[in-house]
Design a binder for this molecule. Structure first.
Ligand SMILES: *[C@@H]1O[C@H](CO)[C@@H](O)[C@H](O)[C@H]1NC(C)=O
Ligand SMILES: *[C@@H]1O[C@H](CO)[C@@H](O)[C@H](O)[C@H]1NC(C)=O
Ligand SMILES: *[C@@H]1O[C@H](CO)[C@@H](O)[C@H](O)[C@H]1NC(C)=O
Ligand SMILES: *[C@@H]1O[C@H](CO)[C@@H](O)[C@H](O)[C@H]1NC(C)=O
Ligand SMILES: *[C@@H]1O[C@H](CO)[C@@H](O)[C@H](O)[C@H]1NC(C)=O
Ligand SMILES: *[C@@H]1O[C@H](CO)[C@@H](O)[C@H](O)[C@H]1NC(C)=O
Ligand SMILES: *[C@@H]1O[C@H](CO)[C@@H](O)[C@H](O)[C@H]1NC(C)=O
Ligand SMILES: *[C@@H]1O[C@H](CO)[C@@H](O)[C@H](O)[C@H]1NC(C)=O
Ligand SMILES: *[C@@H]1O[C@H](CO)[C@@H](O)[C@H](O)[C@H]1NC(C)=O
Length: 556
């Protein structure tokens, strides 16, 4: 009996619903009720308003989640213990001695590596609970953990994990992202905010906003109004400067940095709608000149186009608090330039190859962004295929074509964000969207299940002296076949998988390997998914509820 309970005390309780699982955790299995007068007290002077707002949202969520525990009977067997269980009157939120009290929104957009997201949380059975951190951002991370402890049965709010101690939980990687493409199809500010709320819940800290692409230009830039006037699907399907500030501030208050991407010089057909002279192979046969319709790429060899592009990127970047800005750089079609007379003329006159011209173009556009203090982010082709020599050594490279390309990029000394299509693309497996192809499939078939994504090991093929170059990763939604209607269901809960990969790292708090431990992860992923649903998110079911109520019963 003694041995049995010792084992129980060491293992993570099966029902524990925290996602991502903290890196250190010691939890019991006693019931603790939330007092009717439960309060969260901020125990330091001059707390920033966005922390007070976050505290108030946490307090509301605990009451409104009304999540019934994922056990057979959905909590009915817990109710016997309610009469005798202790009640928790409050949570005290404190900063470490001498810590600075900056707003969460300031901490959230600091450069990667300069953010302290660590926190400690204790919930004891004798009526005290305390959350401590070095920063308001750390407190925010602790609040999202605290929210996930609570269930409701018949009006009683309670946890079954008391007492609980988390010491210095902190992320294994600084970049834990989600990418949304708002160009193939449009998403409203409220769709994006709803997504940010859920990102907060699972500690995702970067929204990679792929704003523009070949098909549409939904961003209004006061200095270049013609781009959205001609390039948005409609004026109501575009983001005004205020909309962008609204999203950026809403995100920052939830601990999320917004990394805007304006993809160049490829994926820019839509620029031709207002600047036809700047675009090569504009609306020509897409199968020859582009990876998908419509064709058109910036005439990158033309100095006027490089200057224009630098002006556009700067006009957006200067309005954003993030230290990062992405210029894209994927899928350049060389035939488009080979067959473009103006481009060939310039190349001939200047004695450059198209890739040498790309080097100059990149020097101009990235130079303008560096002047604004931005760290540039690019897709992997800039390093692996175009051999761009003017990239600064602090450029962040996103690896998307295949997870197998990560090793080659870090070998060149660049920092990477894992965004591999073979593990993290949320859009794969939906079939063909090219109209007149009745039997086609999506290029990145099959659908990436949560299980497959969860097996991703960010350090596979990375040597120990290269580990510091791995900043983290993100799951991505390209939206050829998505819109507001399926946003929740195609993203959640799958996009939470990478948040655990990059928060928790390689090891579970009990010392077991996390990587690929699907049986341990699933009950917790169910739990956070059911909580998302309680919050009005249409996250899809991962299994029949019968399985969700019986951990491991549906394993092989
Ligand atoms: C706070 O900072 C100190 C010193 O860097 C560190 O030891 C500690 O882990 C941090 N986190 C918390 C929650 O105190
Ligand atoms: C409650 O228990 C914690 C440890 O679990 C202890 O640090 C604290 O002093 C106790 N408080 C009271 C009021 O007994
Ligand atoms: C729910 O709680 C009320 C008292 O608040 C009690 O009378 C009732 O029996 C409970 N119902 C269940 C199903 O536990
Ligand atoms: C570069 O673009 C800016 C607008 O962004 C324009 O004012 C300037 O004249 C251009 N310079 C050249 C050399 O084309
Ligand atoms: C560029 O030079 C090549 C040969 O070096 C020639 O075939 C081609 O016609 C020239 N193109 C233009 C547009 O001048
Ligand atoms: C870039 O380098 C790779 C590897 O050496 C090579 O395969 C590729 O052809 C090069 N690309 C260009 C445009 O030079
Ligand atoms: C980039 O190069 C500079 C100067 O050589 C060096 O100090 C810095 O550490 C390098 N940065 C990265 C991220 O490698
Ligand atoms: C690691 O490299 C091996 C050999 O090239 C490859 O088979 C494997 O897929 C790579 N791992 C990942 C995660 O891409
Ligand atoms: C997964 O983790 C659990 C404990 O959390 C452990 O019992 C189990 O052995 C682990 N499984 C694998 C495959 O590592």
């Amino acid at each position: 009996m003694f041995t049995f309970s010792l084992v129980l005390a060491l293992a993570i309780p099966n029902c524990l619903g925290i996602w991502p699982i903290p890196r250190s955790l010691d939890s019991g299995n006693q019931i603790l009720k939330l007092s009717e007068s439960f309060a969260i007290t901020v125990g330091f002077t001059n707390p920033p308003q966005d922390l007070l707002d976050a505290v108030s949202r946490t307090k509301d969520s605990i009451k409104t989640d009304q999540l019934a525990r994922l056990v057979v009977g959905r909590g009915s067997t817990d109710s016997n213990a309610f009469r005798t269980a202790e009640s928790l009157p409050g949570l005290t939120v404190k900063l470490e001695e001498g810590a600075s009290t900056q707003p969460i929104a300031t901490e959230a957009v600091a450069a990667l590596g300069l953010r302290d997201e660590s926190y400690s949380l204790s919930v004891s059975l004798n009526g005290s609970a305390e959350l401590v951190a070095n920063t308001t951002l750390g407190l925010l991370r602790g609040l999202s953990t605290f929210e996930q402890l609570w269930y409701t049965y018949n009006g009683t709010i309670y946890t079954t994990y008391a007492p609980l101690t988390i010491v210095n939980d902190s992320p294994a990687y600084p970049y834990r992202g989600f990418m949304l493409d708002t160009a193939r199809n449009f998403f409203t500010v409220s769709d994006i905010k709803r997504t940010l709320d859920t990102m907060y819940l699972v500690k995702i800290n970067v929204l990679h906003w792929h704003m523009t692409d070949a098909q549409s230009w939904p961003i209004q830039i006061p200095e270049f109004p013609e781009l959205a006037q001609a390039g948005a699907y409609s004026i109501s399907q575009s983001y005004a400067p205020d909309d962008i500030q609204d999203v950026v501030m809403y995100a920052a208050e939830r601990g999320i940095d917004v990394l805007v991407e304006i993809d160049t010089p490829g994926h820019t057909s839509i620029v031709g709608a207002s600047h036809p002279d700047y675009v090569a192979c504009y609306l020509l046969d897409w199968a020859t000149y582009a990876s998908e319709p419509p064709a058109g790429q910036l005439r990158l060899a033309d100095p006027a186009v490089a200057n224009f592009t630098a002006g556009v990127l700067s006009a957006i970047a200067k309005t954003l608090p993030s230290t990062m800005f992405s210029t894209g750089g994927d899928e350049l079609n060389t035939a488009c330039y080979t067959d473009d007379e103006p481009t060939q003329m310039i190349l001939n006159n200047t004695g450059r190859t198209i890739f040498e011209a790309l080097d100059d173009f990149t020097a101009t556009t990235h130079g303008a962004l560096h002047d604004l203090g931005k760290t540039t982010v690019v897709w992997e082709e800039m390093v692996l295929d175009y051999n761009t020599t003017t990239l600064r050594n602090d450029t962040i490279v996103m690896v998307w074509v295949s997870s197998e390309d990560a090793a080659a990029v870090v070998q060149q000394g660049y920092r990477i964000v894992h965004a591999p299509s073979n593990y993290f693309y949320l859009d794969c497996g939906a079939g063909e969207w090219i109209s007149n192809d009745p039997t086609g499939n999506s290029w990145c078939d099959p659908f990436k299940t949560w299980q497959e994504s969860y097996t991703f090991d960010p350090l596979e093929n990375i040597t120990s002296d290269q580990v510091h170059l791995v900043l983290g990763g993100e799951q991505l939604l390209w939206t050829e076949q998505s819109g507001p209607q399926n946003l929740d269901s195609i993203v959640w809960p799958r996009a939470a998988v990478s948040s655990e990969i990059f928060w928790t790292g390689a090891t579970l708090p009990d010392g077991f390997d996390r990587v690929g431990n699907l049986s341990e992860a699933l009950p917790r992923l169910h739990d956070v998914r059911y909580r998302m649903v309680q919050r009005g998110i249409n996250a899809i079911n991962l299994q029949p509820e019968w399985c969700a109520l019986r951990p491991q019963a549906c394993d092989e």
